[in-house]
Design a protein around this ligand. Sequence first.
Ligand code: HPA
Length: 231
Amino acid sequence: MNAIIGGTSLLDSSLFASWKKRYIKTPYGNVRIKAGDNTVFLQRHGSPPVPPHTINHRANILALQKVGVQKIVSINSVGSLKTSIRPGTLLIPDDFLSVWNIPAFSDTEMRFFIPQMDKPLARYLHGLCKRSGIRVKSGGVYIQTIGPRLETRAEINMLKRFGDIVGMTMASEATLSMECGIPYASLCSIDNFCNGIVKTPLTMGQIGNNVLKNLNNIECIIQILIQKDFT
Ligand code: HPA
């Protein structure tokens, strides 16, 4: 069993329309997933959706572990910190920076581990995109901010020295998956230039339009992942 985690853009995707809703109980709360034959889909914000800073990541990842998930591919919406990484394209990060917000399952015992994005799964995802003729960049540092607001120009001016893209969810999810021993890779949807990176002022309308532009490509990759059972 493998899992796809997505955000609100995949909420009504026809890809999962016939999949069965299941509610998984965890000590952190109940999680709704949709189950296909060998893949489950988790909409990370829940229903009705909660904002990024209140997502119950621990319940989400534990629910996936409970149903026997072996690999996770997540879809994450991000802004770009580089003029060379353009909205309307995809990026597969190979590292992340999240020094403000580090969720953990081991809150009471001393357990350390070294976080590492899953290289084989990232390579596999990259190959799928390339073979499908989809523009994708392999590698890059994802910086996680807390949200729910976007960043100020001053914040982005500082962050652009340290990474390539900014989002509000992936590092927390990746950290918890790694703690559970589940390989995790992400396909990031570049939906905007971060605040102040280009002269054109950032608007929420721009972000919405680019989400839709990337959605076709993302759905195409998800469809192949499901068909090929992530291998
Ligand atoms: N910042 C943080 N999260 C995001 C952004 C952004 O610019 N775009 C999409 N998710």
